[in-house]
Each structure stands twice: as C-alpha cells, then as structure tokens.
Design a binder for this molecule. Structure first.
Ligand SMILES: [Cu+2]
Length: 623
C-alpha cells in the first residue's frame, strides 16, 4: 500500500494541504443543524480534571509490536501494553513469564486488535491481536491490561487480516498474508501454484485457562488474504475475507499481482468447517487438523470482486458485506441473503482450485462510486446504519448510505487514512458519536521532527449531519486499526489479589529467604516502599550474594497493596529490569556469569525515598 505514497497520495495530499486551511478545523462548530451542539471543538474534546474519557481506544502499534490505549474524546494516550516486542519500561520480555510468552522473538508487527464479544457486542473482557512479523497471536486481559498468552501459528506467514471475532468469541480467524509451503519448508518458487498455500487458522480461546488454541486450519489457495470480518445476526455462522494476488505471482508483485480484473472474497461457514473437523474430514499436517477445500464439498465459496480489494466489512445488521476497491474507485455492497440463495441454487461460475465461484451478479447488491473518491480501504458504521469509508488516495472519509449508495457527506483528513474506527463500530450496535481517521501520513501537521513524521489520528464528530474534525493527535507507529469501547464496560482491577497457590509469592517480610540448590539460587523477596527485602534474617537483607556461574531466580512480590504503587527491579550492568505491580509476583531468571559488584535498584518511582530503594548484587569470582 505504501508504494503509492510518492505518486498519487503524495500529490493529492499536497493538493489537499494547499486548499484546506487549518483555521477551518478550529473554528466553532456550525449550529445550523438541529442536532448540532453549541459547544466549540475545544469543548467537545476537553475532559476536565477529575472527569474521565467516555471511551477507550485500543490502537494497534504496528511494527512497534505493542498496543496503545487512548481516551476518547480527549485523545490522550494512557498506556502502552507490550505484546509482541520487548519493553524495558515494564520489564516485558525480561521477566520469566513474558520472556516465555514471547517465544524467543524480540519484536512483532501488531496489526488489527479485536475486542471479545458477547452477542455481537464488545464485552470488555479480552483483547486479541496478531503479529504479521513473526506469525503469532496474543490475548490481553483487560482486568490488568497485560498480555496473558501468545501462540505461534504454524503453516502461516503473517496473519495480517486477523483478528475479527465471531459474535460470541467462538473463534477468531487468522488468514495469512503471505503464502508459504506447508510446514514452511524450502520449496522452489517455480512450484508455487502446486506447493504453496495460504493457510487460515481457526483460533479458539479457553477463557478459564486463559489459553489460545488452534482448532483447525484450512489450506486455501496460494493467494494473499488481506482483511476479514465475521458475520452478524442472520450471517453469524459466516465470515468473509478479501484476497489479492489470485494471479499467483511470485515476483514483482506490484505489477503482476494486479493483472486480473477480479480477485475474490472468500465466504465461509465456520459451523460447516467445524462439522467437517468433527467428521474427521481433515489431514494431519505437523500436528494441525488441516482441511483441504478441494477435497471437501461445501463450507467455502468465492465471490468475484473488483481487483486487489482491501477491506471487507459486515454491516451492523449482518445483512451485507462491503468490499473496498483499493485500485478500483468503488465500494461493492454484497448481500448475504443473495449469497445464501446462490449457494442453494448452485449459481456457480466454475471454480478456482476446487472452490466454487459464485456468480458476481447473483451476490452483488450495488456498486458505489462517490465522485472523484479514490482508494477506498475500510468501512465503519454509525448508529443509523450509515457507512464511513476511508479514501487513501483522495485523503478523505466519505459518509454514504449502504441501502441506497448515496453519498451523504465527505471530510478531508491529514493525510492518507488507512483504517477508521467508530465508537463500538464493529458491533451489532455502533454508537455513532465519533469516528477516528487513522492516517498513514502527518506531513506538515505537527512540529517537525526531521524527515520522518509520526502517523496521525483525527477525531471526527458525528453528532450532526456534517462530519467535523475536532482533534488531531500524533500517533506512534502504526495505527493499522483500533477499536473503541465504552469506558464503563471495562472493569480493571486496582491491585493483584493475594494468590495462595503461587509458590513464588512471598507476602510477609518474615517469610523472605534465599534458598540454594547446588548451583541454583532462589531468592524469595519482597518490594515495598521503600526497600527490597530478600532475606529478613540476614545482616544486610537487601543484598544478594552468589557465586559466578550460579543460576539465579529472583521471585519478587510487591506487598504494597495500593493502587499505582508499582516497583521496578534492575541490576546495574546485568541488562535486566522487571516490574512488579501492586500485589504482583514476578520472577527474573538468569545466569550470574559476570563476577563483580552490581548495585540493584527500583526503576519505577514509588515514594519519597525511592532513591534509597537499592541494594547490592555481589558475584564472587570463580577461583
Ligand atoms: Cu520502588
């Protein structure tokens, strides 16, 4: 997508910048509409001291590997949640638990976050995300805003178009962006069409044990799968995803993957796939239950769509799915009901790779082509069922009616929006109120920081007929997608409760101890304002002394059961740091291979005597 930037987008963005004055965005809101508020733009986004935002915005951190949490309407950034990349600020990827979760990788490319759903509405419990960089999937607990499980997704290289959950979080589907041979074994690209596959994984979440699992996989044709969405209400057993490179090009994709006039939307019924697995209609591929569509009947269909589509979005009523053209300046509205009838009546136009292709005319409801709008990518919805589509090349958001195709309003954004996100926008009941343009380029919008600029997010007020940008904030890379959830749905805890079953936890100073088992040293310590205690009976309770080569485990419990009193634990020059939140126990494991004297200290400012919260880690040299 970025390949367009120097050409079309750069020029158009420049044009937009030249014609739109920023004064337009800071003037008071128009009051000519009955529903328009008298508030000025500044008042609309101002959250007075003592009050909190109405919505959480959970935003993808792209190749930073992290998730970012913002408040809406203030657009203030509240938190970074480390997921796929190390984060020294929280010790994520340094302590034992998170190091294991990361599976030996140091970075990730986090794309589309998905909130868990109950009956098609966000329930505020969990947040899922995928990693295109190292093919993983993760779940974040919204009681603590911490990553709880990460799985590696085999046979897949870059689950880009995930994650979108089904109505009751039964599944999230992880189709791949890059086709690879099964098992990702070496295979000449000359054999691409025969040996490569675009595998989709059906991932389930075991809420009780907080574990992600791959229920089954589907060996789809060797195409790229771009975006997906799950059905709703009458289409709830179905899901859709866009494809490109159905040409099966293996080089110079920019040219060769856009030759055919049409690509496809994959339309599949996950209840039927589930049934196939129950009936044993799969093969075992490296421990995964793999469905080969060419060997089965039903469950998966192809719908022709204008070439190289990008986003596909299901309307809140579950009746339609809207594909965005990317290269064709049009959105296409398809009808689920028509698709179901076409499947029943076998209105097929042949097949591709053994998968039946439905007749375009049998499924298409209408083609929508707003005047001079270029590069449609993603569509969101409001409480009245109106659609809002981002236009990457013409740098705007277009409001339109999916039932008539009529363009209702348009607003220029700065610049080149990828996704947009509306309040509760992927649910069966969007809120309206706000939509945020997630822009790929900021260019001249903020103070210059050199040749590269941040991305940007622009908050658009939907409270009147006319859209209006009321706030613009720089964003960390890269807001691929975000979801916006009502703040009162999230029930975050204040402190970690005591866990009697945690053998590593120590809740009293008197229970602290240092235990040796041969070359293994286990420290059971506590952190509290404003000291560490590793062994209360020792002459110097805040000192750990080991022998060079010892394998050291430091189990540290924060016994300040008090909101926001987080401690850190770092050993100077040992390249180690971890965090212990109020009530939490964390473990650091390492080999003391360097002999010498190393101060240890609290890295997270905790009290007036924080500067005194230190001790020594002494490593006796080998003789
Ligand atoms: Cu401290």
């Amino acid at each position: 997508m970025k390949k367009w930037v120097p050409l079309a987008s750069g020029l158009l963005a420049g044009f937009v910048a030249a014609t739109i004055s920023f004064a337009d965005f800071s003037s008071p809101a128009k009051t000519d509409s009955a529903s328009a508020s008298n508030k000025t733009d500044a008042e609309k986004v101002y959250v007075p001291l003592g009050q909190k935002d109405d919505y959480y915005l959970m935003s993808s951190g792209g190749h930073s590997g992290q998730l970012f949490v913002y408040g809406v309407p203030s657009m203030r950034k509240i938190r970074t949640i480390p997921v796929f990349s190390q984060d020294s600020a929280t010790g994520y990827g340094f302590d034992e638990h998170s190091k294991k979760l990361m599976g030996g990788y140091t970075w990730g490319d986090l794309h589309h976050p998905a909130l868990s759903e109950t009956n098609g509405d966000y329930d505020g419990k969990w947040l899922f995300a995928t990693d295109v960089g190292n093919s993983r999937a993760a779940v974040v607990d919204l009681k603590t805003f911490t990553t709880k499980d990460i799985i590696k997704v085999p046979n897949t290289a870059g689950p880009h178009c995930a994650a979108f959950v089904t109505e009751n979080t039964e599944y999230m589907f992880l189709p791949t962006r890059f086709a690879v041979p099964l098992g990702q074994k070496y295979e000449s690209l000359d054999n691409y069409s025969q040996k490569y596959r675009g595998v989709m994984s059906a991932v389930t979440f075991d809420e009780k044990n907080v574990k992600l699992n791959i229920a089954y996989q589907v060996a789809l044709p060797p195409w790229s799968y771009d975006l997906s969405d799950a059905g709703k209400k009458s289409s709830k057993d179905w899901a859709v995803m866009t494809t490109y490179n159905t040409e099966e090009a293996t080089t110079t994709m920019e040219v060769k993957a856009s030759q055919a006039d049409r690509d496809y939307i994959v339309l599949f019924n996950w209840k039927e796939l589930e049934k196939m697995v129950k009936e044993g209609k799969y093969e075992n591929v490296g421990g995964q239950k793999m469905i080969f569509p060419e060997k089965q009947t039903g469950g998966i269909y192809l719908v022709p769509v204008a070439k190289s589509p990008h986003g596909v979005d299901v309307t809140p009523d579950g009746k339609y799915f809207i594909a965005s053209g990317k290269l064709a300046p049009a959105m296409t509205v398809f009808s689920f009901e028509k698709a179901f009838k076409a499947i029943e009546n076998k209105e097929f136009a042949g097949n591709r790779n053994g998968i039946p292709v439905l007749k375009y005319e049998s499924v298409m409801e209408r083609e929508v082509n707003p005047e001079n709008a270029l590069g449609p990518l993603h569509t969101q919805f409001d409480d009245k069922g109106m659609a809002y589509t981002t236009m990457f090349i013409s740098s705007e958001i277009v409001k339109w009616d999916p039932k008539t195709g009529k363009t209702l309003d348009r607003v220029p954004v700065q610049y080149s929006p990828g996704h947009a996100v509306s309040a509760e926008g992927d649910t069966v009941s969007p809120d309206g109120k706000w939509i945020i343009a997630l822009n790929k380029l900021a260019k001249d919008t903020y103070l210059s920081v050199g040749p590269s600029h941040p991305e940007s997010m622009q908050l658009i007020d939907l409270s009147s007929e006319k859209m209006k940008i009321v706030q613009s904030v720089p964003a960390d890379p890269e807001p691929h997608y975000a979801q916006m959830i009502k703040a009162d749905k999230i029930k975050a805890i204040e402190v970690y409760p005591k866990d009697k079953n945690n053998k590593d936890a120590t809740y009293s100073q008197n229970d602290t101890k240092i235990v040796r088992k041969g070359k293994e040293v286990h420290v059971y310590g506590i952190a509290m304002r404003s000291r560490f205690v590793f062994d209360a009976k020792s002459k110097r309770p805040d000192v750990i002394e080991v022998n060079q080569g010892d394998h050291v485990f430091i189990h540290l419990t924060n016994i300040d059961f008090d909101e926001d009193i987080t401690h850190g634990f770092a050993i100077n020059d040992y390249d180690l740091n971890m965090e212990v939140q109020p009530g939490q126990t964390n473990t650091m494991e390492f080999t003391a291979d360097k002999a010498g004297t190393f101060p240890l200290y609290c890295t997270n400012f905790c009290s007036a005597l924080h500067q005194e919260m230190n001790g020594y880690f002494l490593v006796k040299p080998k003789k």
